[in-house]
Design a protein around this ligand. Structure first.
Ligand SMILES: Cc1cc2nc3c(=O)[nH]c(=O)nc-3n(C[C@H](O)[C@H](O)[C@H](O)COP(=O)(O)OP(=O)(O)OC[C@H]3O[C@@H](n4cnc5c(N)ncnc54)[C@H](O)[C@@H]3O)c2cc1C
Length: 389
């Protein structure tokens, strides 16, 4: 597939550099990691060294100070190259919470070190086993004790905790029945995990369908300094929400990259594979699913670009960011399924990488937010239908 015509031609050099970097990490690299469920340390180090993970950190803090469109292009190209940015994408958007709501001291202390790669901010602890998507019901508590907070509870699906120095953690500081607004009472902490690992913090890996380095984490009287609090106590839910639009755009871009990878692979195979004395791609039954996925991907891509454009314009883009992520996840999953079908039996062979990418891209219809919750958001906040939960 030739490059889709981009409205963002100014980003062509970045796209080129990402592709060049990814060329050093071919399918064999990812297959070996997938077998062992190992972390792509060399790939993450290369992305960090090239400055791509610091794309959204302003230059005054040592970052690249790029736009959201550029950051989205980086994630898309990583995935379109057959690589996977899930090992490190959180760093790109979680740092936004520190940037927007952190104190001057926190920004000076952490952002330059994150930008240089000396500190890794890869872990984001929101989801809990009992509350799931219902974040306001989370049970992890942080109680002020002198110049510390004492944290107790549990998180699940805290990805990359084993490969991160810092964790952005959401915990309840005021009991739910004592807050005036239902969204109050939760606070965000920037936890230096190096100081508390095995001293109140336990991390247990969870083996998943794909190679994702995800974990469950347990807090048992974990003491963090009071200055780990980000922004104002009790306002953390708002801070986390404010970072989610960036997350949705970046994950949507990963999905677009995946969809492009599947479509490219399917097209190439359909041209080359001969059955009944002709290329399978000569049959409309094979052509049409590929063409349908291409059209679906292009439509989703437009929505991702639109969300990124509006984000940069400082607009409230809850609806666009959610739609972009949902449509892009739908497009990547449809393309994954089509790609397996186009390859017949070889779609299942490890060495083709398709089954691996198929497993990887399935995640995005569930995490970081599931499709149903996006539809509920649109129904309630855009269409004005009654709140369903
Ligand atoms: C590999 C992986 C990595 C992850 N990484 C992180 C991470 O780093 N940090 C983090 O905090 N979280 C992470 N998550 C968690 C992820 O964000 C959640 O799994 C996701 O938001 C869904 O929540 P849940 O699993 O609790 O599902 P639940 O909330 O239990 O929901 C289960 C199903 O029911 C549906 N559902 C629930 N309520 C409603 C409703 N009212 N209306 C309609 N449908 C409904 C949901 O859409 C979903 O399909 C990760 C998850 C996975 C699998």
């Amino acid at each position: 597939m030739s490059d889709t015509p981009h409205t963002d031609d100014d980003l062509a050099p970045i796209r080129e550099s990402v592709r060049a970097l990814c060329a050093d990490f071919p399918g064999e690299y990812w297959r070996a990691l997938d077998r062992e469920r190992a972390y792509p340390t060399a790939f993450v180090a290369a992305l960090t060294k090239a400055g791509f993970l610091a794309a959204l950190i302003p230059e005054e803090y040592g970052g690249s100070g790029l736009t959201m469109r550029a950051a989205a292009a980086i994630m898309e190209e990583i995935h379109a190259s057959g690589c996977n940015g899930a090992a490190c994408h959180a760093q790109m958007y979680t740092m936004g919470t520190v940037l927007r709501h952190g104190s001057a001291a926190q920004k000076q202390q952490y952002l330059p070190a994150i930008a240089s790669g000396d500190l890794r901010l890869q872990a984001f602890g929101v989801t809990e086993p009992t509350s799931g998507t219902d974040t306001l019901s989370l049970r992890t508590t942080a109680t002020r004790d002198g110049d510390h907070y004492v944290i107790n509870g549990q998180k699940i699906w805290t990805s990359r905790a084993e490969y991160s120095d810092l964790m952005l953690l959401l915990a309840r500081t005021t009991p739910r029945d004592q807050v005036q607004k239902r969204t109050d009472g939760l606070s965000v902490f920037l936890v230096d995990m190096r100081a508390v690992k095995d001293h109140g913090l336990t991390i247990r890996p969870i083996r998943t369908m794909m190679n994702h380095a995800t974990t469950e984490v347990f807090f048992d009287n974990m003491r963090v300094p009071a200055d780990a609090l980000v922004g104002e106590e009790g306002k953390g839910f708002r801070y986390i929400l404010s970072g989610m639009n960036a997350e949705r755009i970046l994950i949507g871009s990963e999905c677009i990259g995946d969809a492009k990878w599947f479509i490219t692979r399917a097209t190439a195979y359909a041209k080359e594979r001969q059955v009944f004395g002709r290329p399978i791609g000569q049959n409309q039954g094979v052509q049409f699913p590929i063409a349908t996925c291409y059209a679906q991907m292009r439509a989703a891509e437009l929505m991702v670009h639109e969300a990124a454009r509006l984000y940069e314009a400082g607009r409230d883009i809850g609806a666009e960011a959610n739609m972009a992520k949902m449509l892009a996840a739908d497009a990547s999953w449809a393309a994954a399924d089509m790609c397996v079908q186009t390859h017949g039996g070889f779609g299942f062979a490890e060495e083709f990488d398709i089954e691996r990418k198929f497993r990887e891209t399935r995640l995005y219809s569930v995490a970081p937010i599931s499709t149903n919750l996006i539809l509920s958001y649109l129904a309630e906040h855009v269409l004005g239908l009654p709140r369903s939960y």
